[in-house]
Design a protein around this ligand. Structure first.
Ligand code: AVJ
Length: 310
């Protein structure tokens, strides 16, 4: 039988040097629940900052949107609870809005639609399940001006030049007069950033270990979770936060019929959470070919919602 993409990625990643797993696989049911817990952590400042911006700066942001009608397309929409703040401001600002949440998970899209129905009655919602590399295609030919949202610093998970490639890819689906709204976590005191990925309660550790548990369950593997430690690091030059699981000792693990050897203290790279400066974002704007970018930041300048204009 042909292995699934998950199996192939896991086996290839564990046979690579250095070993790596992809953070997109964190989000099974338990992983999604753990991420919800992360968002409540005192150290994980990102959601509060983004909510502050959406609450305090939305009307200024909407002043930059000249048209009356918009289709708001959200990539990796999730539950939509934060997006509702933005949609409400658009409506308050006299705009006519249609909301198109795109997400891999049909379950979360159902939650999103029910939530919007209750919170913003009368708002047209058109959920589109699937991978946004494919689903974006289906909305390209629509005539109504678009605002594409990519919030939550999800862009941080793109490694190195992949972020610019992704933004350039999104730009291809925009027509003149469309907008791209990107939520990004900014470079700041390295200790503040590191604490967000190394919380005292150990939820981020559980979040990382859950991927090994998922591999045990879905790929008939035998990882012993207690044999791995979690280690996060932040590089203030590059702005990359990297998360690793570290093998506490020499050991071997069976994964989908493959024996994988670990040296003592050998790392598995789990995730990058890239941080940007406003200058970095200006460079991205230029390289992706956007006409301008305006930054809306929280009171501490921890986070930016940046509006890219075509
Ligand atoms: C959902 C990708 C924005 O990188 O900050 C949280 C995921 N990882 N804690 C992030 C995450 C560890 C999060 N993103």
């Amino acid at each position: 039988m042909k292995p699934t993409a998950f199996e192939k990625d896991v086996v290839d990643g564990l046979n690579a040097s250095p070993k790596k797993l992809f953070s997109k696989y964190f989000y099974d049911d338990k992983g999604s629940a753990l991420f919800q817990q992360i968002m409540q952590l005192p150290e994980y400042y990102l959601p509060a900052c983004e909510t502050e911006i959406l609450t305090e700066k939305s009307s200024r942001l909407i002043d930059k949107l000249p048209r009356k009608n918009y289709e708001v397309v959200e990539l990796g929409a999730g539950d939509g609870t934060k997006t509702a703040l933005f949609l409400e401001s658009l409506i308050r600002g006299g705009k006519t809005v249609r909301y198109l949440p795109l997400d891999i998970s049909p379950d979360i899209l159902e939650f999103n639609r029910d939530y919007m129905r209750k919170r913003i009655p009368g708002l047209p919602v058109e959920p589109i399940p699937g991978d946004y590399f494919h689903t974006l295609e289906t909305i390209k030919t629509r005539k109504t001006p678009k605002i594409i949202l990519f919030l939550g610093s999800n862009i941080g998970n793109f490694e190195g030049k992949k972020a610019l490639e992704f933004i350039t890819f999104v730009k291809k689906y925009l027509n003149e007069g469309d907008h791209f709204l990107l939520g990004v976590d900014l470079k700041k005191n390295p200790r503040t950033i590191l604490a967000a990925y190394d919380d005292a309660a150990g939820i981020t550790k559980k979040f990382n270990l859950n991927l090994l548990e998922r591999i045990n369950r879905e790929l008939a593997a035998n990882f012993i979770l207690a044999n791995f430690d979690h280690y996060a690091s932040y590089n203030p030059v590059s702005g990359a936060t990297n998360s690793y699981l570290i093998s506490k000792k020499a050991q071997q693990v069976l994964v989908a019929g493959n024996l994988v050897y670990f040296r003592a203290f050998e790392p598995i790279h789990m995730e990058v959470s890239q941080k940007y400066s406003l200058d970095d974002l200006e460079t991205i704007r230029e390289q992706a070919g956007f006409h301008s970018v305006q930054h809306f930041t929280d009171s501490r300048s921890y986070f930016s919602i940046s509006l890219f204009q075509t």
